[in-house]
Ligand binder design. Structure first.
Ligand code: IPE
Ligand code: IPE
Ligand code: MG
Length: 264
């Protein structure tokens, strides 16, 4: 790294490919808190500091798009008290972080069935979107009341309605047509999807957009995922070869470890 010990790495220090489009499944808040003998919600509270630090660091590094999975459609199944806490935290976050978003030129958008949010949280969301709409730096997307299957079903319904009223010919439907009906068609396919707390699943997150994303799982809970952990994830991405189904000559042979775990 350039700049001597303690200096913050720049994008150039990471080399290529750099993950311009990042998406993160912020998991493990509850377990992080329980492990310390605290209530689960304290983990959500602490996770806000990770959101601020990761968002600011991504913007500093020149990441173009950061999508954070903040609340899934499935999360409505949680106890009412936890949901209320999360919704209050969301509304407070949206107000408190406006100066940070402005200072870092970040545009905030949301994907999901946001109309399901309580009125107070939805109002702060709309206001923050409005206030940051002309910011030209990184786009921070919050996935709120988000589920990929819901997104695809909502898209299919809207698309069918357009076919029915003659605005769209069914023969014209291709991948890009379908993308245009997703919550935010400008959401880029993530280069890298990070999940914290060690779970090896996508939990209904960006199933369409992440078709060819690289995956990275951090063992720590979200409240502990800070700049060093982000840098480690980026370094892991930079070391990968993306083939998109094609062929690349001269790939190193499979290691003993990998072929052994592959069976046979
Ligand atoms: C992630 O942490 C935050 C949300 C899903 C809202 P969790 O609340 O899922 O924490 P764990 O996974 O139960 O530890
Ligand atoms: C995924 O975490 C959803 C968010 C991070 C918002 P969950 O904790 O809800 O996922 P599961 O239940 O472990 O799959
Ligand atoms: Mg969880």
């Amino acid at each position: 790294m350039a700049g001597g010990p303690g200096a913050q790495p720049t994008r150039r220090d990471f080399g290529e490919p750099f993950p311009d489009h990042l998406a993160i499944i912020m998991d493990g808040n509850g377990r992080w808190a329980r492990r310390r003998g605290w209530m689960r919600v304290r983990g959500h509270q602490e996770g806000i500091d990770s959101v601020r630090q990761i968002t600011t660091e991504c913007a500093r590094l020149g990441v173009q798009s950061l999508t954070l999975y903040a609340f899934s459609v499935e999360n409505w199944k949680r106890p009412r008290k936890e949901i209320s806490f999360l919704m209050k935290l969301l509304a407070d976050f949206l107000v408190a972080e406006r100066p940070t978003l402005a200072k870092n030129d970040i545009r905030l958008r949301a994907i999901g069935r946001v109309e399901d949010l309580p009125a107070a949280a939805l109002a702060e969301l709309r206001e923050t979107e409005r206030l940051t709409a002309n910011n030209g730096g990184m786009v921070l997307r919050l996935a709120l009341s988000y589920g990929s299957r819901t997104e695809l079903a909502d898209a299919a319904r809207a698309l069918a309605a357009d076919v029915e009223r003659g605005a769209l010919a069914k023969e014209a439907i291709d991948e890009e047509t379908l993308r245009a009906y997703l919550y935010d068609p400008t959401t880029p396919d993530p280069d890298l999807v990070i999940r914290t707390a060690g779970e090896l699943r996508l939990s209904n997150f960006l199933l369409w957009q992440a078709s060819y994303s690289e995956l990275y799982v951090a063992e720590c809970g979200w409240p502990e995922f800070r700049e060093p952990q982000l840098h480690e994830a980026i370094r892991s991405y930079t070391a990968r070869v993306r083939k998109f189904g094609g062929l690349i000559e001269d790939l190193p042979p499979l290691s003993q470890g990998r072929s052994a775990s592959g069976g046979a």
